[in-house]
Design a protein around this ligand. Structure first.
Ligand code: 5AD
Ligand code: SF4
Length: 396
């Protein structure tokens, strides 16, 4: 999501004559787009901002914009701590970013931004915000309630991305599958986007398990352009902790959903949190056993981080040592998942979207090397003949 927001902000800057560089030495403007989902992310953003002080001194006219969720959370008081900061632009203000640039005198020019595809995947934001209230999570506070973009605008953006040369469209939202419009569902939208000219494959991130329902599965089942990979955050394997997190599902319900997804050929990745304040040793073991049972292809594991203003921040923290131990054990368990998932692909017929002449990604989101060379952006159907660590090899 932040990557897409960064692109959007960079687009507005490009229209004002700015050229993108990742070399600070060359830059006149530093745009820092931030995350605050865990304390660590916010700390990194702030320490980077600290380092920019010297950068700004080195050349006159240099400016700094601090944007995103940490900017939203901390607001204008950031300017007290970092007086050399020029503009603060919170995550909720992204729609007004262009006006903010104008108000602050960022130059207009006739520059025609280069919009040719740099990559395979074009990002299209379809909704922002979150109507859930997971007790550990700061997202509803900083991003606000759900706001769905109209399908006409989404389709227009997707057409534009495809025309720019992005064969894969990634639909984005904090709870992406909560998208609705009158009678239209998220699955309808997936099918519509996949039918647009030039679109070879559609992905989406991040879905909430609540909307993985039989009608959703039925609607995507016969559409091979909808990628067979889903990142479905479980957070915990213990029904008790899931209830305390207010996730809205039990361990059993989550497993039912993953089983149904696997039946349709989906590879599944997930997010897991260790050390939620009420998590007992038994609860943690439930998370370990969920990893076994759900058959994830990968899992991102996080230590619980208390976020100001969230209900869980009122609870007593577990000992940091326990958090570290549990994270260690979980990471060890997760380490072998990818290799196992790659191995399980051997012998399967796969659809590959080529990202270079000899390498691409399967619909299930596995990296694969082809024997022959193919055009970048084309779709190749082949069979997996072997797997080496986290790379598959095709027959053709
Ligand atoms: N502490 C630790 N991890 C968190 N996440 C969200 N909030 C917290 C928190 N307070 C994790 C969840 C989510 C991912 C983006 O970050 O696993 O899915
Ligand atoms: Fe946070 Fe829960 Fe919303 Fe995800 S669904 S953004 S974890 S509140």
């Amino acid at each position: 999501m932040n990557l897409a927001d960064s692109e959007e902000m960079a687009g507005h800057l490009a229209m004002r004559g700015y050229i993108l560089t990742d070399k600070l030495d060359e830059a006149d403007l530093a745009l820092v787009n931030t995350c605050t989902v865990r304390d660590h992310a916010e700390h990194r953003a702030l320490s980077f901002l600290g380092r920019l002080r010297q950068w700004k001194r080195e050349k006159s006219g240099r400016r700094i914009i601090f944007a995103g969720c940490a900017a939203q959370r901390l607001g204008q008081k950031l300017k007290k701590t970092f007086p050399y900061l020029d503009v603060v632009s919170g995550a909720r203000e992204i729609d007004q970013f262009a006006q903010l640039l104008d108000k602050n005198g960022f130059t207009h020019s006739d520059a025609a931004p280069n919009t040719a595809a740099k990559d395979i995947t074009g990002y299209v934001t379809i909704m922002r915000g979150c109507d859930f209230a997971c007790t550990y999570c700061i997202v509803p506070t900083v991003r606000g309630p759900v706001h769905c973009l109209p399908s006409t605008e989404i389709l227009r953006n997707a057409v534009q991305k495809a025309a720019q040369g992005y064969p894969e469209i990634m639909l984005l939202g904090q709870t992406v599958n909560a998208w609705r419009e009158n009678g239209k569902t998220f699955a309808d939208l997936l099918n519509e986007v996949s039918a647009l000219p030039g679109v070879a494959r559609v992905r989406f991130v991040s879905p909430h398990p609540a909307f993985i329902t039989p009608p959703f599965l039925a609607a995507v089942k016969d559409n091979p352009k909808i990628a067979r990979h889903i990142h479905l955050p479980a957070q915990s394997g213990s029904t008790k902790v899931l209830q305390e997190m207010k996730r809205g599902y039990t361990r059993e319900m989550f497993l039912e959903k993953t089983a149904a997804l696997k039946e349709l050929g989906f590879a599944i990745s997930t997010d897991l949190i260790v050390g939620f304040p009420t998590e007992t040793e038994q609860d943690f073991e439930q998370t370990l056993s969920l990893v076994e049972q759900a058959g994830f292809a990968t899992a991102y594991c996080f230590k619980y981080s208390p976020r100001q203003g969230t209900p869980a921040a009122q609870l007593n923290l577990l000992d940091e040592k326990i958090l570290e131990q549990r994270l260690d054990i979980l990471l060890n368990k997760v380490k072998g998942l990818a290799e196992r998932a790659y191995q399980a692909q051997v012998g399967r017929e796969v659809t590959v979207l080529m990202e270079s002449e000899n390498k691409g990604r399967t619909s299930e989101n596995f990296w694969i090397e082809t024997k022959k060379s193919y055009t970048v952006g084309s779709i190749v159907n082949s069979k997996v003949i072997s797997a080496k660590d986290t790379l598959l090899i095709t027959r053709d």
